[in-house]
Design a protein around this ligand. Structure first.
Ligand code: AHG
Ligand code: MN
Ligand code: MN
Ligand code: MN
Length: 312
């Protein structure tokens, strides 16, 4: 797409970019509603209650007031869009049926890394968008995925299947374009290893040693969204939260965290695997399904699969 002469990227806002890249007005509306929701989430993060909500989510994890508030904010804006059929949220026990004639179903993690807010580390919102009313679809059926990263800058990354595009929130709380068609290099020099090293399998252990042998540097914040964003925006490297001793499916959630990020990473020319197969090919069995994940530069992901195939 050739940009009109004289318009610098910062003058292109999210709505205009979507108009240029996406002819489905309903999809544009959903993405813009989510962008609007992020303004309320930011205010909640910056000024809201950091305490516990006294409830737990479908994983039995204690919810923070921010988890519950962010969940409510997103749900309200999505229902307001008028085109949603069903919603599945990491912070809600069951699937929410909004309108059976709705065009899209949504999976989201309203505030990933919420337990990092009280130590002022970056957190994010992760969204997957599907056609129809079934949220238990393979990730490869996604029509769009996006995330919002609440860090020193508030940035939004989206893909509707025509590349990956990054925006930053300006002083008017509008998202303006930073870069289009983010691209991943085939191999990287950073790695982001989740979980506990003493619970890694021999294959994962050997894979990490091979990364260190080639001089890769460890970069890990404990927040999935900033950790993935670092690999994506630097255009190289690998994030992993592998199978662990005692946790064969690792920790991260297929519907709410892995599928949307795998969609975005593949759109940028990267790869995302559970150690054996593409994340986007996994047939979800339940809304609470977890999976190991190796995601980032294609050659690094392929190397992880090779070590796991050989050593487990
Ligand atoms: P959430 O805050 O949505 O529950 O997710 C937290 C996740 C993810 O952000 C991160 O990659 C992972 O937890 C870190 O897990 P460890 O604390 O076990 O490293
Ligand atoms: Mn949580
Ligand atoms: Mn999460
Ligand atoms: Mn969460």
């Amino acid at each position: 797409m050739v940009r009109e002469p004289g318009t610098t990227p910062f003058q292109v806002d999210l709505r205009r970019h979507l108009r240029e890249h996406e002819e489905d007005r309903d999809l544009t509306r959903v993405i813009c509603e989510i962008a609007t929701a992020s303004r309320y989430v930011i205010n909640a993060i910056r000024t809201g209650d950091l305490g516990v909500a006294g409830t737990s989510n479908l994983y039995g994890e204690e919810q923070l007031a921010l988890d519950v508030l962010s969940d409510r904010i997103l749900r309200k804006r999505l229902i307001h869009s008028g085109v949603i059929s069903t919603i599945a949220s990491e912070e809600t026990d069951e699937i929410i049926n909004v309108n059976l004639n709705g065009k899209y179903s949504i999976t989201y993690d309203p505030l990933d890394g919420s337990s990092l807010v009280d130590v002022n580390l970056a957190v994010g919102t992760i969204i997957g968008i599907y056609r129809g009313d079934n949220v238990l679809q393979r990730g490869r059926n996604m029509v769009a995925a996006m995330y919002i990263l609440y860090g020193p800058r508030c940035t939004l990354v989206y893909s509707t299947g025509s590349g990956v595009h990054e925006f930053a929130m300006n002083s008017l709380m509008e998202y303006t374009l930073i870069q289009e068609h983010v691209k991943m290099q085939p191999a990287g020099t950073i790695y982001s290893p989740g979980g506990q090293r003493n619970k890694y399998s021999p294959g994962v252990e050997k894979f990490i040693s091979s990364l260190e042998a080639k001089g890769s540097k460890l970069r890990y914040s404990g927040g999935f969204v900033p950790d993935i964003n670092q690999v994506l925006i630097k255009g190289q490297g690998i994030f992993m939260y592998p199978h662990l001793e005692g946790a064969p499916n690792g920790k991260l959630r297929l519907l709410y965290e892995l599928n949307p990020m795998a969609f975005i990473m593949e759109q940028a020319g990267g790869a995302a695997s559970n150690g054996r197969e593409r994340i986007l090919d996994i047939e979800p069995e339940g809304i609470d399904q977890r999976s190991p994940v190796f995601i980032g530069s294609k050659e690094d992901v392929a190397m992880a699969e090779k070590f796991i195939a050989e050593f487990g």
